[in-house]
Design a protein around this ligand. Structure first.
Ligand code: TYM
Length: 326
């Protein structure tokens, strides 16, 4: 239906993917792959702002590529690539640097958080939104499926596209974010946003033991089995919303409200349901991981295709800004 419409999104290779990445963003990549011409990438240059360990970065890149295939992205339909195979994005990000003001970028939440938590923020972290704008605009994206935490980055992308078009003439499409309203932000085992930096994640391809350990460490109050509990204020129940379905979910909610279910039992139900969600994904991933060379070939081919497309766009940009004098 949207066949010639373009979808672009990416994930940073900074460690193991978690269920927040999947439910918030990546599930949409899979569901929409037949409706859009999709460009899905591994944001390795963005990852450098926090991960400066070459061995780890290389391994993470292959891992994320494997994860993409394991969740069901079909490389015959989707162009899968790594960002560093499209160096044109850094050229475009530079051009965007020159039309964006410092106070404007200082308003970005991610930058403010980094400043609050780290003593010295690198320039890459400050400039992160403009590299992201380049990723998106260079491929002429119409839509960008992301989690709610990336909403501001898409707004910045839209502002940059409009500003460039105003100064140099119409070059960029203005993309829309696709954010699942019912999902918003997936919460972690401590009730805060699920995030690697909070160490509150459940990895998407966890072993049964890891799932068990993560759920068991969810903090609760000291209410006994028969005491009524507010399901909307409980971190275990917050996760049931994603994994427990049908009558089991309704019954659990009733028992929370009336009393009759303890936190231990609630955790056991949650563990069972997370395991049945994760184990088929994990099996598929284990099979794929036996053939890393094939996965690397897929990335290479995708990189070539994405780079060609980006180069075409950059010819237009160089023309518009006035550096193309030959
Ligand atoms: P990253 O790697 O931090 O996150 C990847 C995707 O997962 C989503 N996400 C969540 N969604 C719901 N609940 C959560 N707790 C949660 N945690 C993470 C993120 O919103 C994201 O969609 N800046 C991007 C990478 C990127 C990019 C791009 C994305 C670079 N260039 C161009 C789109 C288009 C990021 O931080 O990903």
């Amino acid at each position: 239906m949207n066949k010639e419409r373009i979808l672009v999104s990416g994930v940073q290779p900074t460690g193991r993917l978690h269920i927040g990445n999947y439910l918030g963003a990546m599930k949409q990549f899979v569901e929409l792959q037949n409706d859009y011409e999709s460009y899905i990438f591994i944001a390795d240059l963005h990852a450098l702002t926090t991960l400066q360990n070459p061995k780890e970065l290389s391994e993470n890149i292959v891992d994320i590529a494997t994860d993409y295939l394991a969740i069901g992205l079909n490389p015959d339909r989707v162009t899968l690539f790594k960002q560093s195979d499209v160096p044109q994005v850094t050229e475009l990000a530079w051009i965007f640097n020159t039309i964006t003001t410092v106070p404007y970028l200082m308003r970005a939440h991610a930058f403010k958080d980094a400043e609050a938590n780290r003593s010295e923020v690198n320039v890459g972290t400050f400039d992160y939104p403009l590299l992201m704008a380049a990723d998106i605009l260079i491929q002429d994206a119409d839509v960008v499926p992301v989690g709610l935490d990336q909403k501001q980055h898409i707004e910045i992308t839209r502002d940059v596209a409009l500003k460039f078009n105003r100064i140099f003439g119409d070059v960029f499409r203005v993309p829309e974010p696709l954010i699942l309203e019912n999902v918003q932000t997936i919460l972690g085992t401590d009730g805060r946003k699920m995030s690697k930096s909070y160490k509150n994640t459940i990895s998407l391809f966890s072993t049964d033991t890891e799932i068990q350990e993560a759920v068991m460490k969810i903090p609760t109050d000291s209410k006994g089995v028969n005491e009524p509990k507010d399901p909307d204020k409980d971190n275990i129940f917050a996760l049931h919303k994603y994994f427990t379905e049908g009558p089991e979910f309704g019954e659990l909610r009733d028992k929370y409200e009336a009393g009759g279910v303890g936190y231990r039992e609630s955790k056991e139900i949650l563990i069972k349901n997370i395991i049945s969600f994760i184990s088929p994904l994990r099996e598929k991933r284990n099979k794929l991981a036996e053939k890393p060379k094939e996965i690397i070939e897929i990335l290479k081919a995708g990189g070539e295709k994405a780079r060609k497309r980006a180069e075409e766009k950059m010819k237009e940009v160089r023309e518009k800004i006035g550096v193309n004098i030959y």
